[in-house]
Design a protein around this ligand. Structure first.
Ligand code: HXC
Length: 518
């Protein structure tokens, strides 16, 4: 055999060895836990035949290991590369739990930082699929430096390319900060969990018994901590949802999101919208009904659905163009703004602003949630984040005031004076410093307490306040909003406002960065 023939044979042998490793290495172990292998995940994620793996043959760093052993496998427990999703370039890495528990050694980390840097250079989103026991114990500080480099790259790419984490197994210790730094986190029920210190440490330090799922499962992070933005019951649905989710986003901060042809011949006059807000101002309704009627059919993709559901956030399309939606939800806590909804809204708005996604706000908010708990936990500091995020955003910003717009909450929810571009109100809007009951109780305290029939007097004054003050017409006449509109014309008004804002251009004075209240 000539030299070229020998080299080719060696090449084929390496390929065979790699394929054998992938096909035999503990796939059943993953499946028995209800998990897919790293390869199956990559195959599901990318358009068929488009994934190109990089660094498949790299092996772990060969420094001496004093404690435990390092498996000398190809790839060092992570698959990295690029391919197409919905026809667009995306980079991804998938940790392989069957190799040293997907733990992150130096070489493993270098593979990830390599594609992070490529994704940034090429202006493409990056997806991290995590299934790992964290820093590789045997490699000591080298693996910690690997994590640090990954964090540093995420932070440097933040706001330039979308970065998404999918947790498909454990994410423990400092390793959780890698997903936490990215833009969106997807998790799977029952098989994924994230915590800074696991159940054993919790037991040791606090003597509290808790399961992995109870401490940091998908449901906990979606509902309570807000760390997870989207959760699903299995990996297939998680990955399919992620692909759909990506279709709303631009590849980077200098592109606009892709326009998706909608086959619906949407009628821009929607009469049903006239009947959504109930006659009784204290009665709830579902703001999602408004959203779904206004945006392109079936285009609303809700984010953080289970966390702070008193504020709805998500992406949708209007005539095929992506918009970010922020909406108070009167069905939950009357749509009040509290700490969690403020931080949820602020983070979502900042993402939209970074990635050229116009923000559409539906407002029906009685104000900020009062109480010792909220005050002591810092509603002032956290509420300020929402204020800051709205004001700072330079993308097109449109508000529709559906009903209540009281006090500070009127200002915060994208009022004209915070740089909102268009502010429309439905005739049912109540715009004032506070709600009728509170206003009457303060202004007529003495009269009511001295009255022979306080309930009757109060009722009368509340009616008077509603007629004279808590309506949209004063704001309309004084220019504090742009127009009171027929609810049926909402979609039409938004579309023409968006068209007018197509070339919106804002010059922001140079500075290193603002100092958002954190
Ligand atoms: C090296 C590891 C490992 C690790 C797991 N393995 N974690 N090897 N370094 N960090 C190996 C195991 O030895 C085992 O090898 C294989 O992976 C599978 O692990 P099991 O324990 O058998 O699996 P399971 O029972 O499913 O438990 C998974 C686990 C547990 C919950 C993740 O392995 C675990 O608690 N690991 C340690 C988690 C952790 O505390 N990591 C450090 C976090 S600190 P064999 O050969 O038996 O198959 C950190 C710092 C980051 O990450 C700093 C950033 C700032």
């Amino acid at each position: 055999m000539d030299l070229a023939g020998k080299a080719y044979k060696a090449f084929l042998e390496r390929q065979e060895a790699l394929e054998k490793q992938y096909s035999t290495k503990n796939a059943e172990k993953q499946h028995s836990k209800g998990k897919l292998t790293a390869h199956e995940r990559i195959t599901l994620l990318f358009d068929p035949g488009t994934f190109e793996e990089i660094d498949a043959f790299v092996t772990p760093a060969s420094q001496p290991v004093e404690f435990g052993k390092v498996e000398r496998t190809f790839g060092d427990g992570v698959i990295v590369g690029h391919g197409k999703i919905n026809g667009r370039l995306v980079f991804a890495y998938a940790q392989d739990f069957t190799i040293m528990g997907g733990s992150l050694g130096l070489v493993h980390s270098k593979k990830i930082t390599k594609i992070q840097e490529m994704a940034l250079k090429m202006g493409a989103p990056i997806i991290g699929m995590m299934d790992s026991g964290g820093a590789r114990i045997q490699e000591g500080v080298a693996s910690l430096s690997g994590y640090a480099s990954i964090f540093q790259n995420i932070i440097q790419s933040s706001g330039i390319i979308p970065q998404i984490s999918v947790i498909l197994g454990p994410a423990a210790g400092g390793a959780v900060y890698s997903p936490a730094l990215t833009d969106f986190v997807f998790m799977v029920n029952s098989t994924s969990y994230m915590f800074v210190t696991g159940p054993n440490v919790v037991k040791e330090v606090l003597n509290e018994e808790v399961s992995s799922d109870g401490l940091g499962g998908a449901e906990v992070h979606a509902r309570k901590s807000g760390v997870a933005h989207m959760i699903y019951d299995d990996e297939e649905n998680t990955i399919l949802a992620l692909k759909k989710f990506l279709s709303y986003l631009p590849s980077n901060n200098v592109e606009n999101p892709p326009i998706v042809e909608t086959n619906s011949n949407e009628n821009d006059i929607i009469e049903k919208l006239r009947d959504i807000v109930p006659d009784d101002p204290n009665k709830a309704y579902d703001v999602k009904d408004v959203i779904n009627l206004v945006v392109d059919k079936n285009s609303f993709f809700e984010t953080s659905e289970l966390f702070a559901p008193n504020l709805i956030t998500g992406f949708a399309r209007l005539k095929g163009k992506t918009i970010g939606i922020v909406a108070n939800q009167p069905k939950v806590l009357a749509g009040v703004l509290d700490i969690n909804s403020s931080t949820k809204g602020a983070r979502f708005i900042r993402f939209c602003d970074a990635f050229n996604i116009p923000i559409l706000t539906f407002e029906d908010v009685p104000g900020f949630l009062p109480g010792v708990d909220q005050e002591h936990a810092g509603i002032i500091r956290h509420g300020a984040k929402l204020l800051f995020a709205y004001s700072e955003a330079t993308v097109p910003k449109i508000t529709i005031i559906l009903r209540k717009a009281y006090g500070g909450a009127f200002i915060v929810m994208n009022s004209k004076f915070l740089g909102g571009d268009f502010s429309f109100a439905w005739p049912t809007a109540e715009i004032a410093v506070m709600g009728p009951d509170g206003a009457v109780a303060i202004l007529y305290k003495r009269e009511i307490s001295e009255s022979k029939n306080p309930a009757e007097l109060k009722k009368e004054l509340v009616k008077k306040y509603r007629d004279k003050i808590a309506n949209p017409f004063i704001a309309d006449e004084s220019g504090y909003i742009d127009e009171v509109i027929d609810p049926a014309l909402t979609r039409k008004k938004i579309l023409s406002a968006l068209e007018a804002l197509n070339n919106k251009w804002v010059k922001v004075p140079a500075r290193k960065h603002g100092n958002m209240p954190l």
